[in-house]
Design a protein around this ligand. Structure first.
Ligand code: 8YV
Length: 333
């Protein structure tokens, strides 16, 4: 049988069958319908002879992997966060790297706000209490909690998702919005939300509800640790929808346990899907399994964008969300 002239690609995880079909129109596709998590050696093996990889946050692409997979020309993440990809190593080897920004902004902001509310208003704690049959009568101070409306919302990382959360807080809940980010927003973005840029320490001291939405990197590892938590109000809450590694989970668990922080809402965890047992044991932690972008429409839009990136990259077009534009147009490695 004659070898196919189409580029060969790997789809590392189970995704929408319609998206796999679309990729099959352009490529020889090696997919993963059983959704087996590929160990590193299996990933390297499956990437032999492949020009492209459709990956998710579960697959790590670093220099050693790239060196072991010399045919690779594009790695396309079905995620906006790309801390699983060493973009510099990709660029050094002429490999295009892409992510899926924009399409998940509102859905992820919805979940962030839901977790903020669950933590602040003790929703998951109350539900567990009820399901355990412990609710026998109303008392005036049962599950008493801080208010969300009219309080101060603190946002660490004011990109697209941070701004979408700020909109929900300012326009829907009358919250005062303060934020910290490397760069200040343009005045026309700050003004409608009355959002105020503050130093990180001011943010931590002044906010009632803190939401973490900054990208994860070596620089932001444990951006919130014991010292930062100590600056926060004891009645404050912390919500993390970025990456688990932004928070020192042992320090967070200690603060929640000691009542130095009222509650936390966490969608992401440092060793996920393994969860720190100290967090598991805490009633005042609302925990969800990394579902920030998990609406059907958004997940489909993410898969479509990752596929569009892969098709463009391997068909000589500029991928719509290319992380290393300097690589575009390089054909030899
Ligand atoms: C993904 C995410 O579902 O986009 C991101 O960065 O964290 C989530 O939306 C997850 O990373 C799967 O790739």
């Amino acid at each position: 049988m004659a070898a196919s002239s189409q580029p060969h690609v790997l789809v590392a995880r189970r995704i929408f069958p319609q998206v796999v079909e679309r990729l099959r129109e352009c490529f020889e596709v090696d997919d993963n319908p059983t959704d087996t998590i590929l160990e590193r050696s299996q990933l390297v093996e499956r990437l032999q002879g492949k020009a492209g990889a459709f990956i998710t946050a579960s697959e790590r692409i670093d220099a050693a992997l790239l060196d072991a997979c010399p045919d690779l020309r594009a790695v396309c993440n079905m995620a906006v966060g790309f801390n699983n990809i060493d973009v510099q190593a990709c660029s050094a080897r002429g490999v295009m790297a892409t992510n899926t920004p924009g399409v998940l902004t509102e859905t992820t902001a919805d979940l962030g706000f839901a977790l903020l509310m669950a933590a602040a208003r003790r929703i998951t704690e109350g539900e567990r209490y009820l399901r355990q049959g412990r609710w026998t009568r109303w008392t005036y101070d049962m599950f008493i909690a801080p208010d969300v409306h009219g309080s101060t919302l603190g946002i660490l990382g004011m990109g697209r998702i941070g701004q979408a959360i700020a909109r929900r807080g300012a326009l829907g809940f009358g919250m005062k919005v303060i934020y910290h980010n490397r760069t200040r927003l343009a005045p026309d973005l700050e003004a409608p939300l009355a959002a105020r840029w503050v130093e990180k320490t001011t943010l931590l001291r002044e906010c009632d509800h803190l939401v973490l939405v900054l990208p994860y990197s070596d620089q932001t590892h444990h951006a919130i640790g014991a010292a930062e938590l100590a600056l926060m109000k004891p009645a404050a809450t912390l919500t993390n929808i970025g990456r688990g590694g932004l928070v020192d989970e042992d320090a967070l668990a200690a603060a929640l346990q000691a009542g130095r922080l009222a509650a936390a809402g966490l969608d992401v965890f440092e060793g996920e899907p393994h969860i720190n047992p100290k967090l598991m044991a805490l009633p005042n932690a609302a925990l969800t399994p990394h579902i920030g972008s998990a609406s059907l429409r958004t997940r489909r839009a993410m898969a479509d964008l990752a596929a569009a990136n892969l098709i463009a990259a391997l068909c000589g077009q500029r991928p719509p969300s290319l992380l290393n534009p300097e690589v575009f147009g390089l054909h030899s490695r």
